[in-house]
Design a protein around this ligand. Sequence first.
Ligand SMILES: Cc1cc2nc3c(=O)[nH]c(=O)nc-3n(C[C@H](O)[C@H](O)[C@H](O)COP(=O)(O)O)c2cc1C
Length: 183
Amino acid sequence: MSHFLFLNASTREPGHIGNTETLARRAAAVLPTETKQTWCKLADLELPPFVDLRHTAGTYPMPMADAKDMLDATLAATDLVFVSPVYWFSIPSPLKTYLDHWSAWLRVPGLDFKEKMAGKRLWVIATSGNRDKAQPMLDSYRLCAEFLGMEWQQPLWGKGGAPDAVLSDEAALAQASTLFRSA
Ligand SMILES: Cc1cc2nc3c(=O)[nH]c(=O)nc-3n(C[C@H](O)[C@H](O)[C@H](O)COP(=O)(O)O)c2cc1C
């Protein structure tokens, strides 16, 4: 059974829904009812700062607290969806920190993180002011997927700005309604 994990990288204040989540909720609305959905606002978590132990200890202990919850959610998902605004032409820091922790999870003895990630699908739903200038962020995500042997899916981009701006992007809304049709 499919299990979609939506990782929302927006840093809007609690209770304020951003454009990227709005677009992602449109896309998720067509998922079959039997498809499990888990939604996570990364900025609400307390992920510890990542520390590079690759060339000292060389391995990492099993993570704890929110990091362990994210590891478990990641491994439980068949499909990861990065719900990602563009920040400074790049990846928003909450999602970047989560990705940095993948480097630790790759080195937890016995976890086999890389093997377990292979074959999961990676989707990206993004908003920003300019589609062309979102490309470096989208390329970064694609390269991450390739590194772990994940199945890269064509990203969905919408024109954001103030909350609900994306509701004026009819092309993005139309694409959202078919994005997960084959999933
Ligand atoms: C810190 C920050 C940096 C941003 N950098 C860019 C950028 O480089 N290019 C761009 O087009 N928009 C940029 N934006 C605008 C957001 O991408 C846009 O408003 C987006 O729709 C916000 O997503 P959200 O509503 O889901 O939070 C930036 C916004 C913030 C807060």
